[in-house]
Ligand binder design. Structure first.
Ligand code: OKP
Ligand code: MG
Ligand code: ZN
Length: 343
């Protein structure tokens, strides 16, 4: 399987993540992508390509123009306002307040975000752009006839809504890929999210849509991030009713249990008969992940890859989470190797 990777991911190098009342070194750090790339090369998974430049048009098919423009100048606007540290949202329109875009940068940061752990500094825009180009290059490979491709995206994307950043995500790479397939004439596309966290952005972007089926397996949002979306009674609305599936799990869920939901999701995908699959791949389901609570082992990722291959679909993998950096390379590449083995 070919991998698409951009060294520009390292332009996102924030020093802070608000966690437990402290500004810690971010979990979503550059070594994550470098470790996965090293494993791809070490295992000779396949060719590694740099992304092409697709411009902002395919990004704006999923994200609003005003949100994209905000991200482009956010860091400059923050600095121009004389702020000494990294840009961190700290105020939101709570219940009863107005969802109106203010002029001030503090107000704008709150308007375009849903969480405060995701700081912005110089290079975040360039890295997020490169990450979307990585995803779109993988999509182009698959549209051109490759059975599958691995978009080694960083920053990740699945939490980003049409006009909201948060959860380490800015552009929703998986949604951008799904929309690109649709725009190129693929009639139905499925997006399966196996990251430990709910793919809230992907769900929201396609919630009223019957031609993109969204599915996510994740930790119960009653207990973990993103807290306010991802429950099992969210099934889609309007035309999209019946085209969103959430499967939630409690702490300490092992593969033997998790894989039952995977089976349910795969059966739903098969019934949908999509023309392509986008696999939002987080490996924060790993037993030693520092911020998550599932119990998958490294060999489980091989089994997962094999099961996904048996869907028999053209598949784009977009890298999402995974924060045990020592294991992230083995775990992510195991999915690809399991897939290649069974494809
Ligand atoms: C991004 B992705 C940890 C709180 C977690 C943010 C989690 C973002 C996960 N103390 N807050 O889905 O892997
Ligand atoms: Mg998920
Ligand atoms: Zn995650």
């Amino acid at each position: 399987m070919k991998t698409v990777f951009s060294p520009l991911h390292s332009r996102r190098h924030v020093k802070t993540e608000l966690d437990g009342g402290l500004l810690i070194e971010p979990h979503e750090k550059p070594s994550r992508a470098e470790t996965i790339l090293a494993r791809v090369k070490d295992q000779a998974l396949g060719e590694v390509l740099e992304p092409e430049e697709f411009g902002l048009e395919p990004v704006r098919r999923v994200h609003t123009a005003d949100y994209v423009a905000f991200l482009e100048t956010c860091w400059q606007d923050w600095q121009a306002a004389g702020k000494p540290g990294e840009a961190i949202p700290a105020v939101w329109a709570g219940r009863g307040m107005r969802h109106r875009l203010p002029k001030d940068i503090d107000g704008r940061l709150g308007y375009y975000s849903f969480a405060a752990e995701t700081s912005i500094s110089d290079g975040t825009w360039e890295a997020a752009r490169a990450s979307a180009n990585v995803a779109l290059t993988a999509q182009k490979l698959v549209a051109g006839g490759e059975r599958a491709a691995f978009a080694l995206c960083r920053p990740p994307g699945h939490h980003a809504h049409a006009d909201l950043f948060g959860g380490y995500c800015f552009f929703n790479n998986a949604a951008i890929v799904a929309q690109a397939f649709r725009d190129q004439g693929y009639g139905r596309v499925a997006v399966l999210d196996v990251d430990f966290h709910h793919g809230n952005g992907t769900q929201a972007i396609f919630y009223q849509c019957s031609d993109v089926l969204t599915l996510s397996l994740h930790g119960d949002p009653d207990l973990v991030f993103p807290h306010f979306l991802g429950f099992e009674d969210e099934t889609g609305e309007g035309d999209g009713e019946g085209y969103n599936l959430n499967i939630v799990y409690p702490p300490n869920t092992p593969y033997s249990v998790w894989s039952q939901g995977l089976e349910t999701a795969c059966e739903r995908i098969a019934a949908f008969q999509p023309d392509a699959l986008v696999l939002a791949l987080g490996v924060d389901t790993f037993e030693d992940d520092p911020i998550s609570f599932f119990k998958l082992t490294s060999s489980d990722y091989l089994t997962l890859g094999e099961r996904l291959a048996r869907l028999g679909l053209p598949t784009v993998f977009t890298m999402e989470g995974g924060y045990d950096v020592d294991a992230i390379g083995v775990n992510a590449v195991n999915v690809m190797q399991g897939f290649d083995r069974a494809a």
